[in-house]
Design a binder for this molecule. Structure first.
Ligand code: TYM
Length: 334
């Protein structure tokens, strides 16, 4: 064994990612983010930290009791998906107060206009016009803090998060220029599922769009019903209908070996949509089956989940405190 092999951690790059606690995970979260989280967890080159972005949940209207449940459920979904506390630090954002503290320091280098022009901010204001809060405006600053507090260089996320990563890079550059910190400029790590389409045939799969998503805990009957409802009417002009294109995306992601068969049938007009849909539904159910089995085991062991959450908080906090102490020093606050 070489010297570096025996000290893999000393040269490891950090990875951080998170998912909001708005409910149980859906297939878009799984294929777009969790798959990438799993891949990096199993690479010796990286130290991985994965959190539940429970504080971010406050940026849109929410139910208190549901948040209390969901911030734990996301950890259980992480474990069921194969994230492993022996390999990754799994934690809840609200357990590490330093994220909020650092976000406030970062907000001193972020302009209001920059935040107001982000497409994600505009979309949320459109969705919840009575809830255009400072917390929502500051969403990307808190996300920059989540990442940079661990000096993470790589962030496994779906395509929709790219504007937020751009903000994190700007924050890193400004902090480094103005205060002499040494934050890295984090990059996204995309999986083939970085953009999972909606089942409605419009836009991406999203928790906030009814009928657009498949939950990780859906049964085969739920999945079949949802996939059968994907609209497949041909577009005017002979272009592939968005719903059909969505079905082909699922084929490509889950059963690529079947793609040419269905595509040939589509081209010569012999494609039976029910067969395509039921094949996609079976493939999704097969992908989710191991997760659902592990979830049932975890449900029987709540003490284990509690332990994972406690350990994760402790480890994350220790790392976060070091960064915040350094930043305070450089800002003249210590
Ligand atoms: P959130 O909770 O909206 O989504 C969680 C993750 O799932 C991905 N995702 C998708 N990927 C592909 N296709 C889809 N249809 C799809 N829908 C969702 C998202 O891209 C994301 O990776 N801001 C983050 C949470 C967050 C965070 C962080 C992420 C807070 N702090 C720090 C990374 C690092 C969010 O709202 O994700």
């Amino acid at each position: 064994m070489t010297h570096t092999d025996s000290h893999p951690k000393s040269t490891s790059k950090r990875v951080l990612s998170g998912i909001r606690a708005t409910g149980r995970l859906h297939l878009g979260n799984y294929l777009g983010a969790v798959k990438g989280m799993l891949e990096l967890q199993d690479s010796a080159e990286y130290d991985t930290l994965y959190m539940v972005a429970d504080v971010h949940t406050l940026t849109t209207p929410y139910e208190v009791e549901q948040l209390r449940t969901n911030r734990r459920e996301v950890i259980v979904d992480y474990l069921a998906a194969g994230l492993d506390p022996q390999k990754s630090i799994l934690f809840q954002q609200a357990d590490v107060n330093e994220h909020i503290e650092l976000a406030f320091y970062f907000s001193s280098v972020v302009s209001i206009a920059r935040m107001q022009h982000l497409p994600t901010f505009k979309d949320k204001v459109k969705q919840h016009p009575d809830h255009a809060t400072l917390a929502l405006l500051n969403y990307p600053t808190l996300m920059a803090s989540d990442i940079l507090i661990y000096n993470a260089e790589l962030v496994p996320v779906g395509k929709d998060q790219e504007p937020h990563l751009e903000v994190a890079r700007e924050v890193a550059r400004k902090m480094n220029d103005q205060y002499g910190t040494t934050f890295p400029e984090p990059q996204s790590f995309a999986t083939p599922g970085a953009y999972v389409p909606s089942l409605t045939g419009e836009g991406k799969m999203s928790k906030s769009v009814e009928g657009s998503f498949i939950n990780l805990h859906d049964t085969i009957d739920d999945i079949r019903k949802k996939v059968r409802s994907v609209p497949t009417a041909t577009e005017v002009g002979g272009e592939m209908a968005p719903g059909v294109s969505a079905l082909f995306s699922f084929v490509e992601l889950l059963i690529p070996e079947e793609k040419s068969r269905f595509m040939d049938a589509y081209k010569d007009g012999s494609l039976r949509y029910v067969e395509l849909k039921d094949t996609v539904a079976e493939a999704i159910a097969a992908e989710l089956k191991p997760l659902q089995e592990r979830r049932a085991e975890l449900a029987a062991d709540p003490a284990y989940v509690d332990q994972v959450i406690r350990d994760g908080a402790e480890k994350a906090r220790a790392l976060a405190q070091t960064t915040v102490a350094d930043v305070k020093q450089k800002l003249g606050l210590a």
